[in-house]
Design a protein around this ligand. Structure first.
Ligand code: THU
Length: 135
């Protein structure tokens, strides 16, 4: 599974988004270290705050399936019904959730419809508070 294929799965996952309030649909594809992929899309609520991002749907689905070792995540987003034209970086809450299971070198793959751009989780969330702080 290469990065372009992972992006393609995120694009497909985006189609399952339920985002009637923001009109912004996001898809995520999370690759495990043994090559499986778990996907997610954002799911919104009429009372707004229960909304869950695509990245957390993918991560929690994977963890609930017994997975805890992850190799990369691809994330795409854009206005409902429109193609992806800009990068969609993960929100702060999703960065924190990814940091629960992934180290600072974990690749976060973004796509603007033309070009893949990659960050490490450590770049996106430096000086993280994580489980080591509780040791
Ligand atoms: N959203 C995600 O799913 N992931 C992100 O990284 C950024 C934001 C969703 C939440 C909400 O449903 C919509 O995009 C607009 O914020």
């Amino acid at each position: 599974m290469n990065k372009q294929q992972l992006v393609e799965l995120a694009l497909q996952a985006r189609e399952k988004s339920y985002a009637p309030y923001s009109g912004f649909t996001v898809g995520a594809a999370l690759l495990t270290t043994d090559g499986k992929v778990y996907t997610g899309a954002n799911i919104e609520s009429a009372s707004y705050t229960p909304t869950v991002c695509a990245e957390r749907v993918a991560t929690f689905t994977a963890v609930h399936a017994g997975e805890r070792q992850f190799a990369a995540i691809a994330i795409v987003g854009g206005k409902t019904g429109e193609p992806v034209t800009a990068y969609c970086p993960p929100c702060g809450v999703c960065r924190q959730v990814l940091a629960e299971f992934c180290d600072s070198e974990f690749p976060v793959v973004l796509y603007d419809g033309k070009t893949i751009k990659e960050y490490t989780l450590g770049q996106l969330l430096p000086a993280v508070f994580d489980k080591t702080n509780l040791d």
